[in-house]
Design a protein around this ligand. Sequence first.
Ligand code: 1PR
Length: 541
Amino acid sequence: MPTVYLLDYVAGNVRSLSNAIEKCGYTVSRVSSPEEVANADKLILPGVGHFGHCMSQLASAGYLPAVKAHIAAGKPFMAICVGIQALFEGSVEDPGVSGLGLIKGSLDRFDDKDKSVPHIGWNSANSGSKSLHDLQPGSKYYYVHSYKYPYKAGELEAQGWTVATGTYGNETFVGAVAKDNILATQFHPEKSGVAGLRVLKSFLTSEGVKSLGQQLTGPAPTGGLTRRVIACLDVRTNDQGDLVVTKGDQYDVREKGDERGVRNLGKPVEMAKKYYEQGADEVTFLNITSFRDCPIADLPMLEILRRTAETVFVPLTIGGGIRDTVDTDGTKVSALEIATMYFKSGADKVSIGSDAVLAAEEYYSLGRKLFGNTAIEQISRAYGNQAVVVSIDPKRVFVPKQDATRHATIHTAFPGPKGEEYCWYACTIKGGRETRDMDVVELVQAVEAMGAGEILLNCIDRDGTNSGFDLELINQVKSSIRIPVIASSGAGNPSHFEEVFQKTPTDAALGAGMFHRGEYTVQQVKDHLAEKGLEVRKFEG
Ligand code: 1PR
C-alpha cells in the first residue's frame, strides 16, 4: 500500500485521520522529526489546538524549514483545520505569531453577536463552478473553528488559488483552498463521512490536481450550516461485567421489577455504527459509571472508541470520569492525561460533567478568577476549546416567586405541584445523585469563561420521558452564553426535534432512548426536519 506521512507534531488526536487515510487504501507513517519530512512524498499537516500553539510547536521542533522545502519541491501537501490557518500570514487569535505566509492575509474571529462561536457542524464547501478535489455541491463537511479567513471575491483567486467557501450567519469564509501540489481544508475531511473521504482520496491519488480549477457544470450549491442530530449512547458495566448501552428514566437505568438489572439495549460499537449509517451527525458516548476498579490505561471505553473510530467517520465525543484522579496503583493521573488517552483512541471531544460543577463552584468562591489549573482550562489549552464539552445534568426547582431564591429563575408555563409559577435549574453531580447550590446559568457562564467549547444540556426531569425537550431550560441557557448548546433529554419522536429547532436557538439536538428502542431512526428524524424546511445533512453511503 502506498504511504502517506502525517506530521504528528503535538502527539494529538490524529487517530481518526489515520483511520480515514487507511480507509482510502493508504498506509500512514507518522513523522516525528524534521529529518523524516525529506522522505515524505505526500505530507499531511493536521491542525490541533489554536494557531499560536500550532505554529510554536512546529517552530520549536524545527519543522518549518522542512515543511517549506517539501512544498517548494512541488510534493503533495495537505493541511487540515488549524493547518489551513497556518498557511496564512497570521491570526488575531495569536497576534504576535507568524504563519507560513503562503497565502497573503490574516485570520479573524467569527462575530458572536448573532450566532454561536465556535462554528460547529456540517456546512458547505462551495467552489462555485470550479473543480476542487472532488468537493460536491450537495455535500456537507464537518467544521469546528472560531477563527476564519473572510472570503473576498477574487482576492485569493488572484494569488492563483482555487477557493471553496462556507457561509455562517452573514459571514462567508474560506472553507478550502488548493493550488498545484497544495490542498488545505478548514473542515475535517476525516470527520465528514463519505464526502470527506472523497476529498482525501482525491488528494492521495493526485486525481484532484489534474482537474483542479476546471469548469464544472451541475447544480449550484445551496444552504449553509445544517441542523445537527446527535445519537447518544450511555454506556456502563452491567451486573455481569460487560459494557452495554443502557438508558435510564430520569437517570434510573435499572429495570423495573424485583431483579432491577441494568437495562441492556445493545453493544456500543455496533450501535454507534448503526447510527452513523442512519446519518447521525455525531455520536456521543457517556460512560455513566466512569471507571471503577480498573487501571486507567485498560479502560474498556478506550477500546470501544478505537473500534468505533475505525468505521464511524463523524465526530465522536466521550464523557464520564474526566477529572484528576488516582489510578489503581496509586499513581496520580490528571484530567488532561485521561483526555489525551481518549483523543489518541479516536475521540474528537471530551465531555466533562461533575468536575465542571466543582470547578465552577471554586471559580465563584475565588471571585471569578482563573488560575489555569482546571480540567477545562488544561484540556482546552492543549486541544482547543472546541474539544471540550461540558455536560450538565440539571433538575427543576420550583419557587413561588421570582425573588424567592438568589438563583436565575424563569416564569414557567408548567407550574409546580403547589402551583409555583417560577423555577430555576439546579446543577447536579455524580449522575444526578447530588444536587448543588448552583444554577445552570452560573455553571454555563463559568465554564464558558474557563474555555469550554460547547454545552451538552441534559435535563433530569425530561430524561427518558419521551415528552419532548425542555424548551424553557434551553432558551434560558442559550440566552446566557455564546458557545453552542446541544439540547438533550426528552426526545420521543421526530417532531420533538422539529420543535426544539423551531422554538429555541439550539445548535444541535440529541436523542437516545427513541433510537435505542428502535422506535425511530436518525434518518426518520432528518427526513421529518427536511420536510419541515429545516436543512439537514443527507447521509452519503
Ligand atoms: O460526571 O464527568 O463523570 O460524567 C458523567 C456523565 O454521565 C455525565 O455526562 C452525565 O450526564 C452522564 N450520566 C450519569 N449518570 C447518568 C444516568 O443516566 N444515570 N446519563 C448519565 C446522562 C443523559 C443523556 C441522555 C439524554 C437523552 N444521560 O445522556 O442520553 O437524557 O435521553 P432520551 O433521549 O432518552 O430522553 P462525569
